[in-house]
Design a binder for this molecule. Structure first.
Ligand code: DGL
Length: 265
């Protein structure tokens, strides 16, 4: 059985690229819902429905475990899917998100003032604040939503990003945060730009630096899951919409030519 990787768009490829460096032996099925992305400005119910449909597709296609490589889906759908869908529809399978593993790692840095930059839906869900509070009640958390960034990134329009990014980061910098979590898998592509804007004193945390090791640790702790995974090192890339631009972006972000296959569910 495979490891499923889901993102609304292609940002999850940054994560997958690093995951296969750490865990090259497994088989992966990557799915991007490009037909309906971006999710970040949509309502909670719609994000939940889209994520559930994607999860259903990945489970039906032989995924033992699915990583929601999307903060928006992790924020709005993960908990409910785990509680209301997984145990009845696919008991024994696993659905993991990216928010809690990121927080667990970042709290080790002993930061007192933390900034979060994420999509509108992720910020409005309050998931980062809620999950951080469960583990540490003292840390001050400041969050800001960046509704335009995913569209700029997916449309290969980063030349317009600079002033927008500055405006989104200003409220966090003015709160004197010591670190900023890039709480959207697409923002990995902005890491250097963000670092340049906020300066060297603020640590910029991108999830592809954290999630691969967290997944490896999870599989080491759960041999009953890892033992069901096939190991031929094959990766399948699928999307619900396919344009020439998507293929080019996917190649750029994943670092090599990939065969994106169009699917419907
Ligand atoms: N990569 C998704 C995330 O991590 C992008 C969200 C979107 O589609 O707006 O939140």
């Amino acid at each position: 059985m495979k490891i499923g990787f889901f993102d609304s768009g292609l940002g999850g490829l940054f994560l997958l690229k690093k995951v296969i460096k750490v865990l090259p032996q497994y088989d992966y099925l990557f799915l991007a819902d490009l037909r309906q992305s971006p999710y970040g400005n949509r309502s909670p119910q719609v994000i939940y429905d889209f994520t559930r449909e994607a999860a259903e597709y990945l489970f039906k296609n032989d995924c033992q475990i699915i990583i929601l490589a999307c903060n928006t889906a992790s924020a709005l759908a993960l908990r409910k899917l785990q509680q209301e869908y997984l145990s009845t529809s696919y008991p024994g399978r696993r659905l993991l998100g990216v928010v809690v593993p990121t927080i667990e790692e970042v709290l080790k840095y002993k930061i007192k003032r933390l900034g979060i930059l994420a999509t509108k839906a992720t910020i409005e869900s309050g998931v980062y604040i809620k999950e951080i509070r469960k583990l540490n009640s003292k840390i001050r958390v400041f969050q800001y939503s960046a509704p335009l960034l995913v569209s700029l990134i997916e449309n290969n329009s980063l030349r317009w990003a600079e002033p927008i990014l500055r405006a989104y980061l200003k409220p966090l910098v003015s709160k004197k945060v010591e670190a900023i979590i890039l709480g959207c898998t697409h923002y990995a592509v902005l890491k250097k730009r963000v670092q340049k804007i906020v300066g060297p004193k603020i640590k910029v945390i991108s999830q592809e630096e954290i999630i691969p090791q967290k997944l490896a640790d999870y599989l080491a702790r759960h041999p009953e899951i890892a033992g069901k995974l096939s190991k031929t090192g094959k990766i399948i890339f699928e999307t619900t919409d396919l344009g020439a631009d998507f293929c080019q972006i996917a190649k750029k972000w994943f670092g090599k030519n990939i065969d994106l296959k169009l699917v419907a569910y």
